[in-house]
Design a protein around this ligand. Structure first.
Ligand SMILES: *Cc1c(COP(=O)(O)O)cnc(C)c1O
Length: 361
């Protein structure tokens, strides 16, 4: 089986420049999509085929499409940033390609080769480069995904899949300045358990999270914090982001136990923090540790990290039996330093010491 090349079939009538510019002045998140999309098919016995870039358009879905019933589907999220010289670059796309393969293995789906994953993202960004915002922290968010496209109600891995990439301009996550979030410790609902699908980027994990997110909101909190599914005490992650605990100049993130999503931002920060002279490690932190260490002042800051929001400080914590302000409730110094270091790298304002940027010209 050979790796297909992506055939370019661009739109004859892309959105007018003035309309596109109007969207780019205030894109929000995930509300507007660019002019094109990439689609690649996989069929049992044939492998990957029919790779093409085509005008963005709805799909026609059979009511018995297997994904609608059994959720054999995975996704990724990465960003293209405008660089100071006007070119565009994505951040660590190989890491997304590798995680996509790991998610595919867990979900009994075919693995898309790294070079085809990156070629698909590159083709879309190059075609729709005018959609990459040039202001500050704004970016073009890329959403690669794959789902079972076979029709039928038998429960088994599908023998046909569709891989796609779509793109959506994303504004700065905090247009009015970085604002800490309030979090709810979810003691009744769990996100994932060892042996389950928590380490795969699959839609079902999100579907299962929505009721807990609604519970967090009903307690006045912005986000839910997931605890381990067995003892309900060990901190795992926050909504769709990983967490970091700052102890002075030592930062600690929960270890990848098999139920956490291995974030690329999380991984990048372990390195960036060390570059800046901090000690960065993986470890175990319980809800009691969090409360006690905040009270005795050793836990100085807590923040969440992920591609969409980069770094978000945690300002307050609530659970069934407790309620506290994290530090003084304001964004911490280490949090803001790391946030700036990561954004400077992604937007090309600092040296790419680790070869993480993927330039697109
Ligand atoms: C995608 C995701 C993250 C963050 O991963 P990044 O690669 O840093 O964007 C964290 N937790 C969950 C549940 C996720 O789906």
């Amino acid at each position: 089986m050979t790796t297909p090349t992506i055939e370019l079939k661009p739109s004859a009538n892309p959105l007018a420049a003035a309309e596109r510019e109007a969207i780019l002045t205030s894109p929000g998140f995930g509300r507007h999509f660019t002019d094109h999309m990439v689609t690649i098919k996989w069929t049992e016995g044939r492998g990957w085929h029919d790779a093409e870039l085509v005008p963005y358009a709805p799909l026609s879905i059979d009511p018995a499409n297997m994904t609608l019933h059994y959720s054999q589907t995975i996704f990724e999220g990465l960003k293209a940033y405008r660089q100071p010289d006007g070119t565009v670059a994505t951040f660590r796309p190989e890491a997304n390609a590798e995680r996509f393969q790991a998610s595919a293995r867990r979900m009994a789906m075919p693995e898309l080769p790294t070079e085809l994953f990156i070629a698909a993202c590159d083709a879309l960004v190059e075609q729709d480069r005018a959609w990459v915002p040039s202001s500050g922290e704004a970016s073009l968010y890329l959403r690669p995904f794959m789902f079972a496209s076979e029709v039928g109600l038998g429960v088994r891995p599908a023998n046909e899949f569709l891989f796609m990439v779509i793109a959506s301009p994303a504004g700065a996550y905090f247009p009015g300045g970085v604002k800490p979030v309030s979090v709810w410790l979810s003691e009744d609902y769990v996100r994932a358990v060892k042996g389950g699908t928590g380490a795969a980027k699959t839609g079902g994990n999100y579907a299962a999270s929505l009721v807990a997110q609604a519970e967090a909101a009903s307690h006045g909190c912005d986000q839910v914090v997931w605890l381990d599914a067995v003892e309900h005490r060990w901190i795992e992650e926050m909504g769709g982001m990983n967490l970091y605990f700052v102890y002075g100049d030592r930062i600690v993130t929960p270890s990848l136990t098999g139920s956490l999503l291995p974030g690329i931002t999380r991984d990048s920060l372990l390195t960036i923090a060390r570059d800046l002279g901090y000690t960065a490690e993986e470890g175990r932190i319980s809800t009691e540790d969090w409360k006690r260490d905040n009270e005795n002042g050793t836990l100085t800051e807590v923040f969440a990290c992920g591609t969409a929001a980069v770094i978000t400080p945690v300002g307050s914590v609530k659970s069934k039996g407790a309620d506290w302000t994290q530090g003084n409730g304001e964004p911490g110094e280490v949090t803001m330093k790391l946030r700036k270091a990561l954004l400077d790298l992604q937007t090309g304002r600092s040296e790419d010491a680790h070869g993480w940027m993927h330039p697109l010209g």
